[in-house]
Write a protein that binds this ligand. Structure first.
Ligand code: FES
Length: 107
């Protein structure tokens, strides 16, 4: 496990998502009901940033064609996407949001 700091908790307001540039892949940090979740930022339907989407009911909704994904598992919850998102282990250390980018996986 190799956690790296990606942002501060205060950088992501409740109910919002933040795009994080990383050499391996852009990430999206989601702040939902007091918890932080990290997924890949690129929608699996097309090349679109999910951190621009709407976060509610445990899902991120893509603003291009309205696919929905569970932010906890990455699973598709509404079409037109049919491929899950990669999800990443996340932990909070003080006020830092830390992600294990190498351990990102499909569920
Ligand atoms: S690009 Fe996200 S649903 Fe089409």
């Amino acid at each position: 496990m190799s956690y790296i700091k990606v942002c501060q908790t205060s950088d992501v307001p409740e109910g919002a998502s933040l795009r994080i540039e990383h050499p391996a892949e852009a990430l999206a940090v989601h702040h939902l009901e007091g918890e932080f979740y990290v997924t890949q930022d690129r929608c699996t339907h097309d090349d679109w940033s999910l951190s621009e989407g709407y976060l509610q009911d445990g899902m991120i909704e893509c603003t291009l064609h309205w696919a929905k994904f569970c932010v906890k598992t990455g699973q598709v919850k509404a079409p037109p996407a049919c491929q899950a998102l990669k999800v990443y282990p996340v932990r909070i250390s003080g006020t830092n949001v830390e992600v294990d980018v190498e351990a990102g996986r499909l569920t």
